[in-house]
Write a protein that binds this ligand. Structure first.
Ligand SMILES: [Zn+2]
Length: 380
């Protein structure tokens, strides 16, 4: 089966390459370039449209239904940042065997201190999306780090997620991972060939994650006022260490709205703080990966990533930089060599939209067609 998308504007994951013909053959992109297409079984007109690599959300939490919902919005790969082992096994099978859901990579069970974040949230989910409050492995001593990492490998983790969060930014007081445990986990993960992504949402916690040698941050920090020179210095340090940052502005927007609604002033400035950190990271030249922290609540899987792209452009990224943050950059920083760009030989994970999102980012929402591993999705 050969599909030709004729004379379409192409954003290749890094930049616009102008108008081209793109050919899909089986699971792969067979050709992309001017005059690349000749005969095909299916031909789709590209006039007025833009073809993008399938979107990658670099921070989600997958439950039943999440991966199907994501794909409907053009998100062809989700990078899950904490999934319970039973759910992960089920969702991984689903993603491997079906082309009507997004593909999945996951951290599996995250590492946190006994009773630490997000166990308070897990307890709250019991009876809604979870049957009961699940028991998870904890790490309280550096000596436990190698065994913890082995257990994650056994459950199929693709990277390790560590949580450094004393709850202060949420207006709580929670046991937090100590710096020596963060360092031991990072070393054990690196020895096992896993990347380490750290959840840290205050500047001090980010400092601990950087000291530990984490490869990426799962969020921007939120506790420094926009324009605070400490934020700029921290961004420079992130850049110097070659660490990537997953943005999750849509998450901070969602929780800020929730706190305003309930008149809970625990996080008065988290959304503004997050946007300020994002600006400093962007100015410093840190690789930014678009992520939403999507859950069954808010932000939503799929739709949340389009909102994230809008927020990134409002925080100073060009539309092309925002699109790269949701395509080539997460692929590169998570070692997904087979996707994230439009080039011959790569997986045909593609999104066709009306208009030109490299000028107006909201055009990513005007989806005409989605392909996952070469399979065209039926649009409603
Ligand atoms: Zn998360």
């Amino acid at each position: 089966m050969r599909t030709l998308i004729r004379d379409v504007r192409v954003f290749d994951g890094e930049r616009s390459i102008g108008r081209a013909d793109v050919v899909i053959e089986g699971e792969l992109i067979a050709a992309a370039g001017a005059g690349a297409g000749d005969q095909a079984d299916v031909e789709i007109g590209g006039a007025g449209r833009t073809l993008l690599p399938g979107l990658i959300d670099a921070h989600t939490h997958v439950f039943d239904g999440s991966l199907a919902q994501a794909l409907r919005h053009g998100v062809t790969t989700e990078l899950d940042m904490f999934c319970l082992p039973e759910i992960l096994a089920e969702q991984r099978l689903l993603a491997a065997g079906n082309d009507d859901v997004a593909d999945l990579r996951s951290a599996g069970t995250l590492a946190t201190a006994p009773g630490g974040h997000p166990t308070q949230l897990l307890a709250a989910l019991a009876g809604t999306v979870l049957d009961g409050a699940p028991a998870i492995d904890f790490v309280s001593d550096p000596a436990q780090a190698p065994a913890f990492v082995r257990a994650r490998l056994a459950e199929g983790a693709d990277y390790l997620k560590i949580v450094i969060d004393d709850g202060r930014v949420h207006g709580a007081d929670l046991p937090a991972m100590t710096p020596d445990v963060a360092t031991a986990l990072t070393e054990a993960a690196h020895d096992a060939g896993l990347r380490v992504v750290a959840h840290a949402i205050s500047a001090a916690e980010v400092g601990i994650a950087l000291d530990a040698g984490a490869d990426g941050l799962a969020h921007v920090w939120t506790d420094l006022a926009p324009g605070d020179p400490a934020s700029r210095r921290l961004a420079e340090r992130v850049r110097a260490q070659g660490v990537f940052v997953v943005t999750t502005l849509a998450y901070f927007e969602a929780i800020t709205a929730r706190h305003v609604e309930t008149a809970d002033r625990a996080r008065p400035g988290s959304s503004a703080g997050a946007a300020g950190a994002l600006r400093d990271l962007h100015r410093a030249g840190v690789p930014l990966l678009a992520g939403t922290d999507a859950t069954p609540f808010a932000p939503a899987h799929g739709a949340g990533l389009h909102r994230e792209l809008e927020l990134l452009t409002e925080a100073g990224l060009s539309p092309e930089e925002a699109l790269a943050a949701a395509t080539s950059l997460p692929a590169r920083h998570f070692g997904l060599d087979d996707r994230g760009r439009i080039a011959p030989g790569l997986r045909a994970d593609l999104v066709l939209v009306e208009g030109d999102p490299t000028r107006d980012i909201t055009a990513t929402g005007a989806i005409v067609d989605v392909w996952r591993r070469g399979v065209r999705q039926t649009r409603q």
